[in-house]
Design a protein around this ligand. Sequence first.
Ligand SMILES: NC(=O)c1ccc[n+]([C@@H]2O[C@H](COP(=O)([O-])OP(=O)(O)OC[C@H]3O[C@@H](n4cnc5c(N)ncnc54)[C@H](O)[C@@H]3O)[C@@H](O)[C@H]2O)c1
Length: 255
Amino acid sequence: MPDLSGKSAIVTGCASGIGAATLRRLRQDGAEVLGTDIDAAAGSKLCEDTGARFAEQDVSDRACWSRIVGEAVSSFGRLDILVNNAGIVSGASIGDVDDDIWDQVIAINLTGTMAGCRAAIAVMKNNPGGAKGSIINIASTTAIAPLPNDVGYSASKGGVRVLSKSVATWCAQQGFDIRCNTVIPGATETGILDNAEEITPGLKAAVAATSPMNRLANPAETAAAIAFLASDECPFMTGAELLVDGGALSIHPGF
Ligand SMILES: NC(=O)c1ccc[n+]([C@@H]2O[C@H](COP(=O)([O-])OP(=O)(O)OC[C@H]3O[C@@H](n4cnc5c(N)ncnc54)[C@H](O)[C@@H]3O)[C@@H](O)[C@H]2O)c1
């Protein structure tokens, strides 16, 4: 298990699914954690149960980010880890997407991730002992093999992949020991998949069948990859992508 003792972390979208599993995992591995979510009831309950702090946050509200990173630093003395996890699906194809839906999914999934990276780097730069940190952005296999019926979600996640590489290489060029990597989950048993199932009945079974393992991921399996990237176990990994998809994108479509 990665040792995260002495580290402090922010996990967005911590109230359910992959974010909740990540918050639990980072706490188990020894990190202090500030969980954030728009769902204050579920988020604060989980944080209370796990000994984490909670702050209500809409990640798409760019102005709130300095408050969030400031709260982590004032509570824990430093910020080592940011997991940009909060995300939504939009369920609209290029044939029917309207401007409000497009703007919302890009604002949360992509702009929220950018704003998180920007705010985190500004404080990680000033960590006691020098600029150090690990940012993990959560994309999706739809960033590689997009959904025809969700153009905004797929495009936002494609943007997250490239954003992460730009952040990673800029930090390295600045001489900051701040890594930025992407985790690419496949279909995972969470609320977002329940929402997608409502839009496209039968989706869960269909996506489970695309993995040669023929099952959905448990959120804890994705959290394990996030904890690894958050740790000091992989100091030369930056700009990298970890697929956690049960092999779904690694098999020829005919097999
Ligand atoms: N579940 C999957 O199959 C799957 C696959 C690939 C990628 N992902 C990605 O994993 C991440 C987590 O999703 P999940 O599957 O755990 O879904 P989820 O719906 O269970 O959790 C998402 C969390 O984000 C929060 N959230 C939504 N909008 C927010 C906002 N504006 N500000 C702050 N919090 C907000 C929700 O309240 C919720 O707690 C997302 O980025 C998602 O795109 C999920």
